[in-house]
Design a protein around this ligand. Structure first.
Ligand code: UDP
Length: 312
């Protein structure tokens, strides 16, 4: 069988780099594109010199030119934490809109399959629980998270348009909260924040009263679901995430218990439009892809903590 050539935008990011690892293990030739504003070459340093891996520093909001044939395009480039959207609002909007258009344009020109990394943020602060793919969401377009949510909603619309109008073979994954090694210690997301604080013996900062819920998927489980989706013939969005739901306060206590921190939990103001609850309905992924997460939270957290131990 011919070796597929696969482009991963955001390939030096947290999920993009894990995806590169999986694709290389599946025998692909991988070209990672990243402008490194939130990605980091440390995440792909172990791939330097790999004969099927190439990194190109490129901002995908600029035209993407590649001379060689391409079989798959995975569009993963985007700032992905609430703090990043606040610091990089225009870049977040541009990569979700213009970047998606360029990545789709590349897939169309090359006759490649396309997979969009979308998000549970499409559901906003959801009024339906758990969230099924048929739910249209409750998003504030002009709030601080709107730059990410609306860019990804636009990206989904653009992806479906390229599928329907140009016949591009597209897939859309809606990614729920994911964690694991290679997250940035200071990206502001709850896992690196709590783990970093607990490792340093500092108070853990719970926003609001901590009754808001999330469900956390370990990175390799998530990448497995995404890889399976890329091999399917399904074009509508598919939720990939872990359906085991925790309150943020429970989550803070669990991290402190695993690390053995006795520092206090302190409460900080809840950020604007912070979703009150979030849990994926994964019936579609189970039925279509035979996928469900395997790594339980404590096992995944222990691996993640080991990674962060070397970073604090
Ligand atoms: N959160 C928190 N303390 C922190 C960082 C986050 O209590 O130091 C909360 C945040 O308010 C949200 C949840 O943890 O309710 C998950 O936040 P994250 O930024 O990881 O991603 P989100 O799911 O909101 O996109």
């Amino acid at each position: 069988m011919k070796t597929p050539t696969t482009v991963v935008t955001g390939g030096a990011g947290f999920l993009g780099s894990h995806l590169c690892d999986r694709l290389l293990a599946e025998g692909h030739r991988v070209i990672a594109l990243d402008n490194l504003i939130t990605g980091n070459t440390d995440n792909i340093a172990h791939l330097a010199g790999h004969d099927r891996f190439k990194f190109i520093k490129h901002n995908v909001t600029e035209f993407i030119y590649l001379a060689e044939p391409v079989d798959y395009v995975f569009h993963f480039a985007s700032p992905a934490s609430p703090i990043d959207y606040l610091e990089l609002p225009i870049q977040t909007l541009k990569v979700g809109s213009i970047g998606t258009m360029n990545a789709l344009g590349l897939a169309k020109a090359k006759g490649a399959r396309f997979l969009l990394a979308s998000t549970s943020e499409c559901y906003g602060d959801p009024l339906q629980h758990p969230q099924t793919e048929s739910y249209w969401g409750n998003v504030n377009p002009i709030g601080p998270r709107g730059v990410y949510d609306e860019a990804k909603r636009f990206a989904e619309a653009m992806t479906m348009a390229y599928h329907r109008y140009h016949g591009v073979d597209t897939k859309i994954v809606r990614i729920f909260n994911t964690y694991g090694p290679r997250m940035r210690l200071r990206d502001g997301r709850v896992v690196p924040a709590f783990v970093g604080q607990a490792l340093k013996g500092e108070p853990v900062t719970v926003f609001g009263d901590g009754s808001q819920t999330r469900s956390f998927c370990y990175c390799t489980d998530l990448i497995d679901g995404i890889y399976r989706l890329s091999q399917s013939d399904f074009h509508e969005p598919v939720n990939i995430g872990n359906p085991t739901e925790f309150t943020i306060l429970e989550f803070a206590k669990l991290i402190q218990k695993i690390i053995g921190s006795t520092a206090p939990i302190v409460h900080k103001p809840l950020p604007q439009d912070d979703p009150k609850q979030r849990r994926p309905d994964i019936t579609r992924a189970k039925t279509l892809l035979g996928w469900e997460p395997k790594v339980d939270l404590e096992t995944g957290l222990r691996k993640t903590i080991e990674y962060f131990r070397g970073k604090v």
